[in-house]
Design a protein around this ligand. Sequence first.
Ligand code: AMP
Ligand code: GLY
Length: 422
Amino acid sequence: MDILIVGSGGREYAIGLSLKKDDAVDNIYFAPGNGATSNFATNINITDYEALADFAQEHKIDLTIVGPEAPLVGGIVDVFKARDLLIFGSSKAASRLEGSKVYMKNFLSKYNIPTAKYIETQEYHEAEKFIDQLQEPIVVKADGLCAGKGVIIAQSKDEAKAAAKAMLRGESFGDAGKSIVVEEFLDGYELSIFAICDGVNYKVLPAAQDHKRLLDADKGPNTGGMGAYAPTPLVNETIYQKVEERVIVPTLKGMREEGCPFEGVLFIGLMIVNGEPIVLEYNVRFGDPECEVLMPLLKTPASELFYKAASGNLQNLDLEFSDKFAVGVVIASQHYPYKSAIPAEIIVDQSVHDELEDTYVAYAGVSREDDKLYATGGRVLLCIGVGESIKEARDKAYLLCGQVHFAGKQFRQDIAYQALHS
Ligand code: AMP
Ligand code: GLY
């Protein structure tokens, strides 16, 4: 089978590695990929969806897998499907679950799926009135995609009003903030649960926990995610069952009723409040870095999972995960998330592959020049350890962190602390 992966981050690298290990897979292509994906696959530099579909046709690609949200929200799946090309991901209409917070909140409320009390509005005076009814802190969200920055947790009513005003005037997020959601603050702990969906059927993956803040003890600014581990002991069977019954089943049914069946990865961002799962947000793709810790736990061949999901055949999939744990630590560049850094050569100690079992590096922000890898900024790579316990997996991941070198590298020292202290 020949597979095309759309994207260039650690998430796509991890999907690629699990396909590389899969006997059913012959050739892997990345569009555009990064400086390290070219170690085991072919990078192609095409971004236009029609041109990518031409490529898939010409090269007889059997399956395309889309990693990031932007092409999904932009409609790549619709372009491929119109040409009968098999593709794993959500349609443009279904991707509104991530692309528009207003659409998502209205959907949740229409189908009685638990979520924070909210209003959506384009009018400041409505926002102001609702803010006055809420207790502090108050959450204000821009409707559109803002690269993870469109959510303000305001500590006071004045701050919430100022945030709402700036968004509605287009000052903070441009057009993405012309509609906003104002909602109550939920106090609990956060979880990400992923369900692979084919429109009708679904398979739930082990729950992963991300670490969004830059610094240890969850301090510092929000980032795309500084590390993750799975499965987390913070989820028990009761929570999985509640999430399936109250969230996943009604979401798939609701999306069918809306005329846009959900296919792809349903990423459910949850707040668990007094044991009850409440939906914070949906994304229509794998989390990054959550994907990098889930892929090594997958026992079912990755090609079978994605192929059956893309062809509406999930009911015939026996999805198996290993009973091990995986911990992934992001190594970011010096000034992340504030500004980019000067490219720095990456050196990985020779001993890594001989001495460490069940570890791997997932590369993200890297380029290649003269056969050397350079850190090009942002989240550069992840060190992943797999073990019989979270502690063993964590120790392996950190050992690997010590064996990867580039100027200015920064990473958190406490990934998986919640699981180890609970
Ligand atoms: P979102 O993109 O909607 O998931 O929001 C980004 C982050 O803001 C979440 O991961 C939470 O940490 C936080 N957040 C969003 N909505 C709420 C809420 N209603 N209550 C508490 N925290 C929230
Ligand atoms: N790690 C969170 C995300 O991918 O949105």
